[in-house]
Each structure stands twice: as structure tokens, then as C-alpha cells.
Write a protein that binds this ligand. Structure first.
Ligand SMILES: Cc1cc2nc3c(=O)[nH]c(=O)nc-3n(C[C@H](O)[C@H](O)[C@H](O)COP(=O)(O)O)c2cc1C
Length: 202
């Protein structure tokens, strides 16, 4: 039997089950198109730590978008994949995104998704609270890509509530054991996640 949402919230409140009535929908993805993406590994790792909210992990590879051009937009308008992706984003309260870095900026792949989404709906991130991460094999942890996103995503309505660049991925994360091997980074990441979860409940 399906219960109306407001009844569910009422019962959750009466039964003192805050995890139900405060439950938010969080969408998680990486900005990479690599099948072995370290940003995908990181975003999955963080997403799997969240237990009090509804979490959905997607791959942007499942939303195929040709290289943006105004001509293509005029000729073919907006693809079904693009509209589905926009609707999935709209349907969530918050996002966790981990971006890769190519030559000091975000990858062309992720930029292309941002370009298409912004053409379909300039405010496609309106009201979304965002936890932004980045990682790379290098010591800066793709910080330039992270900084780029911190500047650009708010233009589309995003509120960046936390950001974290994870340095030297291969030195600080064991892919075999799926865990962070650097205690300081693990603590920093847990703190950041707590702050993010606090913010999305406000
Ligand atoms: C074309 C290209 C440019 C790159 N430029 C940078 C860079 O500027 N800074 C950096 O930290 N890593 C750079 N890298 C290395 C990436 O950080 C590395 O490939 C990483 O695995 C990408 O993340 P992903 O695995 O999530 O796709 C570059 C890699 C490629 C292929």
C-alpha cells in the first residue's frame, strides 16, 4: 500500500524517526568519462558513507551528449538524454560531484555536459546544495578544476556548501580494499560530510 508522503512524514515525526522525515535525495556523480575514473571511485566511496538520506549514484557516461555547438542545438534542439539528466538533477535536493582535471581545468567531457545543461535550463542547479570534490594522482588533487567549479556552478543556481580536494589519490586510497589509507584525509572527509549533511537538513 502506498502512503501519501505527508502521512509518512507525520508518522515518522510521531515515532521520532528523524532519518525518515529529514531524509533528502542526494544525487552523486563524477565529471569524468573514464571507465576507471578515480573521481568515480571517490564519489562512490563518499556516497556509500551516507545512511540517513536517499542516495542515487549515476554515471554521466549514460547521458551521451555530442560536443556542443550552436548549429547542432538549432538543428536538433535538446536530446532526450539531456532532458532526462536535467530532470534527474531537478528531482534531487543535493548533489555530490567529484571533478577530474585536464590541463588545469575541468575535462572537456564535463564542460560539455555543463554547456548543454545550461542551454536547456540556465538555472538547472537552482536550490541544489552541492558537496564538491576533486582528485588526481598529483599533490594538488585537481584543485584547479575544483576552483573552476566553485566559481561556475553558482551561476546555474548551485550553493556550494563544502569542497574538498583529495591529493595524490593512488598514495592515499587503496582501490583493492576500497578505503582511504591516510587517517588525516579520512577524518577531513568525514568532517566535511557531516557539515554537508547538516546543511542539507536546514
Ligand atoms: C589530457 C590530460 C590532462 C591532464 N591534466 C592534468 C592536470 O592539469 N592536473 C592534474 O592534476 N592531472 C591532470 N591529468 C591527470 C588526471 O588527473 C588523471 O588522468 C586522473 O586519473 C583523471 O581523473 P579520472 O580518473 O577521474 O578521469 C591529466 C590527464 C590527461 C589525460
Amino acid at each position: 500500500m502506498l502512503l501519501h508522503n505527508s502521512y509518512l512524514i507525520y508518522f515518522a515525526y510521531q515515532l521520532k524517526m528523524p532519518f525518515l522525515y529529514l531524509m533528502k535525495k542526494i544525487l552523486c556523480f563524477a565529471g569524468s568519462n573514464s571507465r576507471h575514473s578515480i573521481n568515480t571511485i571517490l564519489v562512490n566511496y563518499v556516497a556509500n558513507k551516507i545512511i540517513d538520506h536517499e542516495v542515487k549514484i549515476i554515471s554521466l557516461l549514460d547521458y551521451e551528449l555530442p560536443m556542443y555547438s550552436l548549429d547542432l542545438e538549432n538543428e536538433r534542439s535538446f536530446s532526450a538524454d539531456l532532458q532526462v539528466l536535467r530532470n534527474i538533477i531537478k528531482d534531487h535536493d543535493a548533489l555530490i560531484i567529484s571533478v577530474n582535471e585536464h590541463n588545469g581545468s575541468i575535462s572537456a567531457f564535463f564542460k560539455n555536459h555543463l554547456d548543454w545543461l545550461s542551454r536547456l535550463d540556465r538555472n538547472f542547479l537552482e536550490g541544489k546544495k552541492v558537496l564538491l570534490m576533486s582528485t588526481s594522482p598529483g599533490a594538488r588533487g585537481a584543485k584547479s578544476a575544483l576552483e573552476f567549479c566553485k566559481l561556475v556552478l553558482p551561476r546555474f543556481g548551485a550553493e556550494i556548501v563544502e569542497s574538498f580536494s583529495f591529493p595524490s589519490f593512488q598514495d592515499n586510497f587503496s582501490i583493492e580494499e576500497n578505503k582511504i589509507t591516510n587517517d588525516v584525509l579520512e577524518m577531513g572527509l568525514n568532517d566535511m560530510l557531516s557539515t554537508f549533511e547538516h546543511h542539507i537538513n536546514l
